[in-house]
Design a protein around this ligand. Structure first.
Ligand code: 5CA
Length: 434
């Protein structure tokens, strides 16, 4: 993509209600525009990141055997009346009447709808277990939408639902998702910390939340330092769940079960939440199957959420400096920027275009900064939007056979010989996943 053809409306000033760094940087870098409180338009750069995150979430769901589908955003009130949550949800639920006066709502989550779909088609234990998910916009009329996309009213969530014959099976499904979540966040270069959690309006008696570490996070986490050094190859959910981890209001210094030298204290942001709630919805919504003995039993269910749009903000909270965003490679909107510092110079143009077509052919998403603007603006814009690897082509260096390569994550620039540029850049783009 040529920068001159791309729509990146970077701005200098941010509105005063942008309190936290990710919100400020998303507005500054032209990723989002607020439409009304807690509701945003995703501009091209923001959408690219959202889609990259969504794709990692999708791949790990698919790897764990979940089936992707798509349920509507607008639901009928009927099922919610049956489950008893139509009243419980209160003002957080956006209620709508259609032209015939039927009560509808903008889904805040999908336990009811999915249970109804399940019970329509599945009647035998032989068809279990099943795990279905979708990535769809949700609406919760939060009292205080704030922190940009981190606590929106409209937000993108991946939510899935597991169906098993009994508690034992449900725990296996729960642990499969647990593992998929850790893998998902590790692939984004994040450090996930899993904690036992309250079930809230979703219900049930087993629940974990997943926080990612970020110095600017809202929660304070106390946890066993082992949780920081996970090996993707040998993840054991039962073992992970046995480590100590607590948020500040659960942690009691005098009753902490682990030694002080093993305890870490860091700030975190909740990005995922998983629940096992037994037969709470299946009984009310008639999701029964026949077991081996021909007996009708209510299925055991779990639900699992990842805040896909919240992750965009959370990733920025975990990866930024005073110049802007430092995207991990796996989610970066562009992996590589080519900065042509002298677009009116024939040599700079020829070299830039050569690299641009080379890296595009290598399937590397590249932003070619061909704009006629000051060198300072070019450097600062590419740092702001956080491209992890940047090739900087200047007239004088080029004449001396030299080109600069910048590693935005380490904030290091090196001058290298022209004939090594492709090799060095490719290496930087492919070593470690992030
Ligand atoms: N039905 C369950 C799991 S599928 C559920 O709704 N769980 S939840 O309420 O904990 O939400 C799941 C995830 O969605 C949260 O961990 C969070 O990352 C994200 N989320 C929740 N509320 C918001 C919000 N207002 N803005 C942005 N993301 C949100």
């Amino acid at each position: 993509m040529k920068y001159s053809e791309f729509f990146i409306p970077t701005v200098k000033d941010v509105p005063s209600d942008a309190e936290i760094i990710s919100h400020k940087l998303m507005i500054k870098s032209g990723m989002i525009k607020q439409s009304s409180a807690g509701i945003y338009s995703w501009l091209p750069l923001g959408l690219k990141v959202l889609k990259n995150i969504e794709q990692i979430v999708r791949e790990e769901q698919d790897n764990a055997g979940a089936n992707e589908m798509l349920m509507p955003t607008i639901q009928s009130a009927d099922l919610w009346i049956k489950s008893g949550r139509y009243d419980d949800y209160g003002k957080e639920m956006l209620r709508i009447n259609d032209r015939s006066g039927r009560e509808m709502l903008y889904g805040p989550t999908n336990e009811e709808l999915i249970t109804d779909i399940f019970q329509t088609y599945i009647t035998s234990y032989r068809e279990l277990p099943k795990n279905l998910y979708h990535i769809q916009w949700k609406f919760r009329d939060e009292l205080r939408p704030r922190f940009g996309v981190m606590r929106g009213r409209e937000f993108l969530m991946k939510d899935n639902y597991s169906f098993d014959l009994n508690e034992e099976g449900a725990k296996i499904s729960y642990n499969k998702m647990f593992k998929a979540y850790i893998k998902t966040f590790l692939r984004m270069g994040l450090t996930p910390i899993s904690l036992r959690a309250e079930t809230g309006p979703i219900g049930g008696n087993l629940s974990h939340e997943f926080q990612i570490l970020a110095n600017t996070g809202e929660s304070t986490l106390y946890y066993d330092k082992e949780l920081e050094s996970l090996d993707t190859e040998s993840l054991d959910p039962d073992k992970l769940q046995s480590y100590y981890a607590a948020v500040d209001d659960q942690h009691d210094e005098n009753n902490c079960p682990i030694a002080k030298e093993n305890l870490k204290i860091s700030k975190g942001i909740e990005v995922g939440h998983v629940f096992y709630f037994g037969t709470k919805y299946s009984e009310k919504l008639n999701a029964y199957v026949q077991d081996k003995d021909g007996k009708r039993v209510a299925v055991h269910m779990g639900s699992y959420g990842i805040g896909v749009s919240r992750l965009v903000g959370a990733l920025i909270e975990a990866n930024h400096d005073e110049k802007g965003i430092k995207w991990p490679k796996s989610v970066a909107p562009f992996k590589l920027s080519i900065l042509n510092l002298m677009p009116d110079d024939q040599n700079c143009n020829t070299k830039s275009l050569e690299y641009y077509s080379y890296f595009m052919d290598e399937n590397i998403e590249t932003l070619y900064d061909d704009r006629i603007c000051s060198i300072g603006k070019k450097l600062s814009d590419n740092d702001l939007i956080g491209t992890p690897v940047q090739i900087i082509i200047g007239k004088r260096d080029l004449a001396a056979g030299i080109i600069e390569i910048k590693d935005r994550i380490l904030n290091k620039t090196e001058k290298i010989k022209i004939d090594e540029v492709k090799k060095v850049a490719l290496k930087k783009l492919t070593i470690n996943a992030f």
